[in-house]
Design a protein around this ligand. Structure first.
Ligand code: DGY
Length: 322
């Protein structure tokens, strides 16, 4: 029997590619840029399986372009790039990569939280400039972290990990839940409180976003949310950029309505809202939440295992279809 053909839209760690190559003919886009829609459709025309990224839109046109497709594996936990109902209507399985990147992403949120509160990037820039005049009692005074209130928006896997990592800082934890369900781990281990969104905005000193991007979370953080936040509060986003209205964030940062923001994701990736990069009270990362060697390797293996199952007509381990 002919081996199935698989296309991977960008180079990913070898482990997953090697696993797939045991059973399939695999082509990888080795250019260091996302494939264009035209290139993608040309490449997948005779493929049975595809591994893609959050930069690809997996929609009706994608499925039409690959009539022999048996399944699609997302190399990401977030799946707002996939039209899951459309895949389900076509009886096509689609999968994501949860769990394996949970700690890496929570650690990245902590890196942003500490960096923006303690002005790490600004301070680093002064050292590199050669202009540091020596220790000064009024230099680079930042915000306290220990004992401050941490607000988690979206207490799923990554939000829970972020909150658990706060134990060393003795932070009271508040969280919201779109389902209204309590998080048993956070309640038991951290005595955390499930609160209405408005209360979280008003009480938190740090707010960390871990909610998926859905129609109801798009622009959840807009002008009204920033007005409600403490002027001394910081916002951290390692989830999805469009959860924040970036123009409103820019205005809030400029007006001093909030103290600062640490961002790993952007509303219009890869573009930055003009003006954001000029502010000193923001720390900006290039969407590297899952960027540790083990998380990215484990993502490649999980995506490969998912796709191999789909090629055999089986349900993938982390299937997104209901
Ligand atoms: C994800 O997995 O959704 C991240 O954004 C990329 O790793």
């Amino acid at each position: 029997m002919a081996r199935p053909k698989v296309y991977i839209t960008r180079e990913i760690p070898r482990a997953g590619i090697d696993l797939l190559r045991q059973a399939a003919d695999v082509e990888v886009n080795t250019e260091d840029r996302p494939v264009t829609r035209e290139e993608l459709f040309e490449r997948i025309a005779d493929c049975q399986g595809v591994i893609g990224l959050l930069t690809e839109r997996i929609d009706a046109a994608f499925f039409d372009a690959a009539p022999g497709l048996k399944g699609y594996a997302n190399y990401a936990v977030g799946f707002d790039n996939i039209d899951v109902p459309e895949a389900t209507r076509r009886k096509l399985p689609v999968s994501n990569t949860p769990d394996v990147l949970t700690n890496a992403t929570a650690e990245c949120a902590w890196a942003l939280l500490l960096a923006v509160a303690r002005r790490v990037v600004e301070s680093d820039a002064v050292m590199r400039s050669g202009d540091w005049p020596g220790w000064g009692p009024m230099q680079f005074i930042g915000g306290d972290v220990s004992g401050k209130t941490l607000g988690i928006v979206g207490a799923g896997r990554i939000g829970t990990a972020m909150a658990r990592m706060s134990r060393g800082f003795d932070m009271p934890v508040l969280y919201t839940s779109s389902s209204g369900r309590r998080n048993a781990v956070l309640d038991a281990e951290l005595n955390a409180r499930l609160v209405p969104f408005e209360e979280l905005l008003e009480q938190s000193d740090f707010i960390s976003l871990h909610t998926p991007l859905t129609p109801s979370t798009r622009h959840l953080f807009g002008a009204e949310a920033f007005r409600r936040m403490k002027r001394t509060a910081y916002l951290v986003n390692t989830a999805r950029g469009p959860v924040i209205d970036e123009q409103a964030l820019l205005a809030a940062l400029r007006a001093g309505e909030i103290a600062g923001a640490g961002l790993d994701v952007y509303e219009h990736e890869p573009a930055l809202t003009p003006g954001l990069a000029e502010l000193t009270n923001v720390v900006l990362l290039p969407h590297i939440g899952s960027g540790t060697a083990s998380a990215r390797t484990d993502m490649s293996v999980l995506a490969a295992r998912n796709l191999l199952a789909m090629l055999e007509g089986k349900k993938p381990e982390t299937c997104l279809n209901p």
